[in-house]
Design a protein around this ligand. Structure first.
Ligand code: GLN
Length: 604
């Protein structure tokens, strides 16, 4: 697993890059391009599931949550394989190829026709036709944007009512039929082959990421000797690379996928193809490093390469396993029937059980081990780390709404116009986060340095507490903005940008801080394992984030909502709840900051 402590002798200072070891430059560009692929794909995924495959909101967000949870779970195994057998460098190269394949398969999955929308009305099935509202002429359907069913040769528009009943409207707006709540449902008829390719592509991405993501960070950590003060700054530069890559792809991939209009011949395939191309560039940069990475992330001394192929083949053989875990997620809707934690866990799909189970075993298990094998001081530091890791799940649960519920919110209830000059698409709103990180990361570095010079730098628990309050406050800010929604229930884009600004500041208080905290608080022998537990806590959060987003599900037909007012109300309800919950939990952490600090024995 990720062992930041040391594996290599730092190179001579003369071969530097921005005052850092020269290989950092290549790791920076490789990671920037890998994240270009990942975040480009992420900017497409939710809308692709909802609007191309026509999955319900519940399935879309559940699948998205399960997928991202796997993305953060596989590093546990990928890190272990690198530590014991492959060495970080081989793992990164292999992971890059697998991820590129994943994006390519996702690209293939989009080549079929979009799913065909239908509606079930009181037990009878009707085909649904979508009108985009900007067709030039011809027939009732051209008149208004919306979803239509045809009944006795007449096109009737579907309108969701505020009481959750559904009305079918004639062209003149009169009600032809009203269906009581529960009598109406919608779906999509999709090709089994392309759905298979979708899930297989996602499975490849999770498996490739497991080999790539933890191990490239390991190599960064290995550039610095124990106690080298440039380490934190090195990680900040690396974090900038991550967001630089994300920024460009979050603008470009949605542009190719949905932003160019049908005249261009582009579409979802082009967005995924660009993600795949970025990933190939990442692989090329790393594979052909001109010797720059020689001696970094090499195979551990005790291992020989004779069995590498087992790991490579094993990765591909794991595809059906991941596939099954994903399909087990389909339409996990209802809150559990039996009460209590045990009942909740028992009612989860198998992926959920795996996720929570691993976390609930790992955290106390490692603490018991530390109690037995470490000094009292080491145990106390590990205890502090575990408490903070647990709070970390709350942060990412809210933060990761970005890819799912917040993107759907942008699509449905946000006015995407930029100063009236042009509009951006919903997937592109994800770029705000990357942009703000690029702008703010250097400022935060200066801030922490400045504060530490005057002895006022906040402790790690305080930074975590502020991050939790911040991530909650971001949602409450957006909820405040919804009071000023337009008559068609849309909020100005700047409210969403404001949320991302607040979230990005919060992220800088927790994400880079957390990575370096692990390397400082952990018992040295198990720092890699602890890094795995850090990623595991993010994995649990991704899963819970999917469940939260499922609570924000709204009725759609053909991938579009049937009642924007209900949709806005639903988002406001969920965002208010999670916003306040995070503020309260953050306040609890701030109250615990002093005792936690005592456990940390001076680690800052
Ligand atoms: N945006 C960062 C990355 O992609 C952090 C994500 C995370 O750790 N959850 O690496």
């Amino acid at each position: 697993m990720t062992d930041f402590s040391s594996q290599t002798t730092p190179p001579p200072a003369s071969s530097g890059w921005m005052g850092h070891p020269r290989p950092l430059a290549r790791l920076f560009s490789t990671e920037a391009m890998e994240r270009f692929g990942y975040y480009g794909m992420r900017a497409l995924l939710t809308l692709y599931l909802a609007q191309h495959f026509l999955f319900s909101d519940t399935t879309t967000t559940g699948l998205y949550g399960g997928f991202t949870a796997m993305v953060y779970l596989t590093p546990l195994i990928g890190g272990l394989m690198a530590d014991r057998f492959l060495g970080a460098k081989r793992s990164v190269k292999f992971g890059a190829i697998v991820m590129a394949l994943g994006y390519a398969v996702l690209c293939l999955s989009s080549l079929g026709a979009p799913a065909r929308p239908y509606a079930m009305i009181e037990g009878q099935r009707y085909d649904v036709t979508l009108a985009t509202g900007n067709r030039a002429s011809g027939g009732a359907m051209a008149e208004a944007k919306g979803q239509y069913v045809t009944d006795h040769g007449q096109a009737l528009r579907i309108r969701g009512n505020d009481d959750k009943s559904v009305s079918l409207l004639r062209a003149d707006g009169s009600v032809a039929r009203r269906i009581a709540p529960g009598g109406f449902s919608a779906g999509g008829e999709r090709s089994a082959l392309y759905t298979f390719l979708l899930i297989a592509g996602l499975a490849l991405v999770t498996l490739g990421n497991g080999h790539f993501k933890p191990n490239i960070s390991t190599i960064v950590g290995g550039l610095y000797a124990q106690g080298d003060r440039r380490r934190d700054a090195g990680f900040t530069i690396f974090y900038m690379g991550i967001n630089l890559g994300s920024f460009f792809s979050q603008v470009l991939c949605p542009l190719l996928a949905v932003g160019m209009g049908s005249w261009s011949g582009l579409g979802w395939w082009a967005g995924f193809a660009l993600a795949a191309a970025g990933m190939v560039v990442s692989w090329l940069l790393f594979q052909f490093d001109g010797g720059m990475l020689d001696g970094h992330g090499e195979r551990p001394q005790h291992a020989n390469g004779g069995r590498d192929w087992l790991i490579y083949i094993g990765t591909f053989l794991a595809i059906p396993l991941v596939y099954l875990l994903f399909t087990g997620l389909a339409d996990y809707v209802k809150p559990p029937e039996s009460s209590g934690l045990i009942g909740y866990l028992a009612s989860l799909p198998i992926l959920g059980k795996l996720m929570f189970g691993t976390f609930l075993v790992a955290v106390p298990g490692i603490l018991v081990w530390s109690w037995r094998n470490g000094s009292l001081r080491e145990f106390r530091m590990m205890l502090a780390a575990m408490v903070l890791i647990t709070f970390n799940t709350v942060f990412w649960t809210l933060f990761e709404q970005a890819g799912s519920s917040l993107t759907l919110f942008a699509d449905r209830n946000t006015d995407m116009s930029v100063f009236g000059l042009f509009s951006i698409s919903a997937g592109q709103t994800q770029f705000f986060n990357a942009l703000f990180i690029i702008l703010l990361a250097p400022l935060f570095s200066l801030l922490w340095n400045g504060l530490s010079r005057s002895g006022r730098e906040p402790t790690i628990p305080v930074k975590f507490g502020v991050a939790l309050v911040g991530v909650g406050a971001g949602f409450l800010f957006l909820v405040w903005g919804t009071r000023y929604a337009s008559a068609d229930f849309k909020v100005g884009l700047w409210w969403l940008a404001g949320l991302y600004l607040i979230h990005s500041m919060a992220e800088l208080c927790i994400s880079p801080v957390g990575l370096s905290m692990i390397t400082k608080l952990s018992i040295a022998r198990i720092v890699g394992l602890m890094m795995g537990v850090w990623f595991l806590s993010i994995s649990v959060a991704q899963y819970v984030a999917g469940v939260v987003a499922q609570f924000a599900s709204v009725e759609t037909v053909g991938g579009e909502v049937t009642n924007p007012r209900l949709s806005l109300e639903t988002y406001v309800g969920v965002f208010t709840h999670i916003g306040w919950a995070a503020v309260v939990i953050g306040a609890v952490l701030l109250a615990l900051a002093k005792p936690l600090k005592r456990l940390m024995h001076g680690v800052m």
